[in-house]
Each structure stands twice: as structure tokens, then as C-alpha cells.
Design a protein around this ligand. Sequence first.
Ligand code: NDP
Ligand code: 2IT
Length: 451
Amino acid sequence: MSKSEHVDLETFIEGVEKRNQGQTEFIQAVREVAQDVFSFIEDKEQYHAAQILRRIAEPDRVISFRVCWEDDNHNIRVQRGWRVQNNNAIGPYKGGLRFDASVNESILKFLAFEQTFKNSLTGLPMGGGKGGANFNPKGKSDSEVMRFCQSFMTELYRHIGPDTDVPAGDIGVGSREIGYLFGQYKRITNRWEGVLTGKQLEFGGSQMRPEATGYGAVYFLENMLKHIDEDIDGKTAAISGSGNVATHAAEMMISKGGKVLTLSDSDGFIHDKEGITQEKLDWIKELKQVKRGRIKEYCDEFSDATFHKDKNPWDVECDVVLPCATQNELDEKDAKKLVKNGVMAVAEGANMPTTLEGVHVFKDAQILYGPGKAANAGGVAVSGLEISQNAERLSWDADKLETLLNEIMSDIHDRCTEYGEREDGSVDYVKGANIAGFKKVADAMLAFGVG
Ligand code: NDP
Ligand code: 2IT
């Protein structure tokens, strides 16, 4: 074969921009990975010749469909649903479903692209996918959510399967929604199979799956700190979000002796200078999961705390930061403030919560910075273990799963170190995660030939 002509990084990005006009989040995610992958493959002709990154950055398919449902006032409502199947080189497509008013194709394509690298990093055989709908579950009755989920699955079921594509939860999709979705899949197909993860324990769910993303992010943080002979005990933390990931990250921080100062939702953040204790956190979990309330109500219950409307918590002085709400919630200005205030580590529970400019601030300051695709991989890793349990029709106990989660997070840390260590011994976790995640998928694609 004659030597192929290589495009340079900027030409590659220009092509991505041209083919995905207006899809800013997707372009951002590709740009962040491409920088590191281009330097890694510089002297590796086989990856260039096979156009591997170009192929990973073009989803295998994007399925979009109408979701029609009836609200409690008998109005007919029409939403748009999607499943983005990005890449299945190393296993069936795997990744969550997001129900939020902001959901669009760009956001789901960025999430499916990121998921491909994240799932590779876990060491488990899972490809990358993501889906969801521009449906806002806030303020909806249980019956409305049920009818929406049933309608959504009535189309989605034909595109998924335990060996094809296994969705799970993400923003706005928790155990209630997974229950309705699974029930409808089972009804339509007459098959009981592990087609979704994040199920309740009664019907094939895994111990530790609800906790896995948040706990895993703290284990990753602990690994990064250990690398510089530090630990969590006594460290103050600012956490954003108050959903599944944020509350479990807070729980593990508290259990390791950390002091959690903040949590948030899309209305603003709460600041509790005394620290959010496990007792207070149990109150928050009840507020968010059962009463479906707002985080500001915390200040009515715990009067020392203050609520900061329409603000994120990045002004608060702290040792470590765990952004656990959503993409692009921490920008360059926030990053500079955090560095100025002496933050030593950032572990991302959310997907791409830091803007590209913010990432550069953290990297330049050489603080410990664990990107989402590494730090929040514990959730999908335990989803992978839920698939294994369903396949062998067994349930493993919580201790075994917690041990496995711990080991997987430590292995991910080691993979990042292998490819991201700088000459001075510090670690560029972004580079490490991007290259380690890429290499496994790329080598599988090379084995398959062009297709
Ligand atoms: P939840 O729906 O349980 O919670 C989301 C939290 O983020 C809520 O507190 C929500 O507040 C807040 N939030 C959402 N959108 C915004 C916004 N635009 N501005 C400010 N706050 C916002 O979702 P998860 O905890 O599951 O997901 C949080 C993040 O973690 C996401 O980035 C997700 O992709 C990522 N993630 C999740 C995994 C999982 O296993 N669940 C695995 C890996 C990553 P409000 O109630 O006001 O909307
Ligand atoms: O972003 C993520 O990794 C998730 N939302 C979890 C995906 C999964 O399949 O468990």
C-alpha cells in the first residue's frame, strides 16, 4: 500500500466542523480528544492509513424518532427521541439515556463519542452509545413519566438488545424511568433479558450500580491524590449537582473524612460552611429522590447554610472540586478562580463539565485534573458488571461489587498514568485517558479491516 497522505490536526478539525455544523458540544469533544490522539499516532502509519479517528468521530448511526404521549390534561405532546450508536468495535453499544429539555443531537453525539473512550478505559467489552429525548421530567406526574417512557421504548426497542445496544440512565433517567422502560420492552418483545442496566435489584439490577459513578469518582480522586502522597481525609470539597452522581460522590467524600461544602441544582447552589454530614445528605436524598424537591429547600431545614441563586459553587474556597451536574458548567474564569484559591484536584463526575479553555487552565497550573471519561467511568463499569450478572443469571453481593469497582478505578488510573506521565513525574490525565481509550478501540478496528 502506498503511504497515505496525512491531514494535520487543524485540517481534521475543520472537516469535523464542516460536517457537523452548529454541533458545538460534539465538535468540542472531538477537538479535545484529537489533540492527544494526533500526537500519539504521529509516527504510527497504520492508524493514519485506516483513518481511525475520522471513523470514530462519525457515529455508526444516529437514530431519531417521534415520541408522542398524552399528558394528564389530555393534551397530545410530541417529543423527539434519539439513540446515537457511536462505535461497537469492542462490544455492544453501551451508554445512558438523558431526558432533559436541553437534549439535542449535538449533546448526544458528544456523549456517545466520549462514551466510546470511557467504556474502552474500563477494560470491559463495551462499545459507545447514548440516547435520550427533549422531554423535561421536572414537574411531571408519575403517570406522565410512565406514558412517556412507554412511548419512547415503543420505538427504541427495535434498535437495542443485550448483544446489540444496552442503554442505562443519565440526567433525568433514574430507577423509576428504567423500570417503566424495562417493563415496556418486556411487554413488547416477550423477552426478559438484560437490555437495560440500572435496573432495581428485584428485577436484575446490580448492587452498587446507583452508587458507582459518584463513589468511583471519589476513588479516582483518591488514586490521583495518592500519586502525590496525599489523601482525602480533612480535605474540603465543592461539589455541583444534587442528583445521582453528586449525592453519591458527597457520600463517599464524607465517609473518607472529607468535608463537603456545597451541592447545587439548576436554580443555584447551597453553601454549608459546617459541612454536609451523612445525616444532612440522607435528608437531601429524600428531598431529591422521593419528594422531587429543589436544593434551596436545604436552607429552610439547615439554617446555617446559604443559597446562592443562579450561581455555581466555584467561588467557594476548597481543596478539591467534583463537578457532577452537566457539560460546560465550569469555564475558564471559574478555573482561574479555583486555581487562584489553591484548589489541588478536580475529579469530574459529570461528562465534559469543564470547557476546553478551563481544561487548559487546569493543565497549565499542573493541578491534578481527572477528566470525566476516566473519573466517572465507575458507573458504566458497574453497568458492565450488571450485564455479566444478567448473562449468568446470578447476583453478586455488594462487597464483591465494591471491590471490583475499586480495582477498576485504580486500573483506569494506571492506564492514564501509562500514557500521560510527564517527564517530571506528574500526570496529564486527559492525554493518558484519551490515548489509552483510543488505542484499544483503534486496534480492534484495524483487525476488522475497512468498514
Ligand atoms: P441526575 O438527573 O440524577 O442529576 C442531575 C443534577 O445536575 C441535578 O441536580 C440537576 O439539577 C443538575 N443539572 C442538570 N442540568 C443542569 C444545568 N444545566 N445547570 C445546572 N445544574 C444542572 O443526573 P446524574 O447525576 O445521573 O448525572 C449528572 C452528570 O453525571 C451528567 O453529566 C451525566 O452525564 C454524568 N454521568 C452520569 C452517570 C450515571 O451513572 N448516572 C455516569 C457517568 C456520568 P436540576 O434538578 O435543577 O435539573
Ligand atoms: O455517562 C455515563 O457513563 C452514563 N450515563 C452511564 C452509562 C451506563 O451505561 O451505565
